[in-house]
Design a protein around this ligand. Structure first.
Ligand code: NAD
Length: 254
């Protein structure tokens, strides 16, 4: 079988959190193009439904599921709905995330917790629920978490200590889960994007400065993250687990 055939995900069942828009939508589209059925999981059900309908036109099954990744009940319900509709779960892209820019000395506990709850605890809850389901099925699976280059470097000029800490946490959580599940066929990896042009970054006054600092002098696009997640999702990456893959246009090289 040729390499492109090996990359295909026909018959696999996936979910993408934060799948309604941005990086999640782009990756969900790529998983579907590779042949996987995909559940679009998001707090924003209306946009998730539109995205799921668009992706269904590719000829795969899709679902739109409303879930807040910080709620264990929502996350458990998400797994139930996926198993009821798709029969099983093979691929999890734990991607929902938020940011806030607040100087550390002004950050309230609530500001701090909001970001940690979604970006770190949310990834733990969704990856844990996916792992439990995959363990029950007994035939492995692939979990991919969205970290960030902010888990490696401190972004400037914006103050975002909770975001940076949450993403460093995602990288270490990913490695921990990879070790715990290594002998049971469940691979766990993360991607660490640099600045990507999405709604999350669109309103920032700092885009000019980020472009100046970037070796490639531009933001990345969500499409530039598609192939790496398809690779990590499928059997081509069977020896890749516990990895964090930077996709940042060399931003973190200096
Ligand atoms: P985005 O804001 O465009 O999309 C995020 C999606 O997540 C939205 O649809 C939102 O409704 C959903 N969401 C937010 N909180 C949620 C929750 N509690 N439960 C369920 N869904 C929730 O953001 P994006 O740029 O596509 O970012 C996606 C991921 O990539 C995030 O984890 C982000 O931190 C990470 N990331 C983004 C960039 C970037 O520059 N855009 C860079 C590195 C990492």
């Amino acid at each position: 079988m040729g390499i492109l055939e090996k990359m295909r995900l026909d018959g696999k069942k996936a979910f993408v959190t934060g799948g309604a828009r941005g990086i999640g939508k782009s990756v969900a589209t790529a998983l579907a193009e590779a042949g996987a059925d995909v559940a679009i999981v998001d707090m924003d059900l209306e946009t998730a439904q539109k995205t799921a309908a668009e992706i269904a036109e590719l000829g795969v099954k899709t679902l739109a599921i409303k879930a807040d990744v910080t709620s264990p009940d929502d996350v458990n319900n998400m797994i139930d709905v996926i198993v009821e509709n798709f029969g099983e779960l093979n691929i999890a892209f734990c991607n929902a995330g938020i940011g806030n820019n607040i100087p550390a000395e002004e950050m309230t506990l609530n500001d701090w917790q909001k970001v940690i709850d979604v970006n770190l605890t949310g990834v733990f809850l969704t990856a844990q629920a996916a792992g439990k389901q995959m363990l029950k099925q007994g035939k492995g699976g692939s979990i991919i978490n969205t970290a960030s280059m902010s888990g490696h470097i401190v972004n400037v000029p914006q103050p975002q200590c909770s975001y940076n800490a949450s993403k460093a946490g995602v990288i270490q959580l990913t490695k921990s889960l990879a070790i715990e599940w290594a002998t049971r066929g469940i691979r766990v990896n993360s991607i660490s994007p640099g600045y990507i042009g999405t709604d999350l970054t669109a309103s920032s006054p700092n885009i000019g400065e980020w472009n100046r600092l970037s070796p490639v002098h531009r933001l990345g696009t969500p499409e530039e993250l598609q192939a790496i997640v398809v690779y990590l999702a499928g059997d081509c990456s069977s020896f890749t687990t516990g990895a964090d893959i930077l996709v940042d246009g060399a931003f973190t090289c200096f």
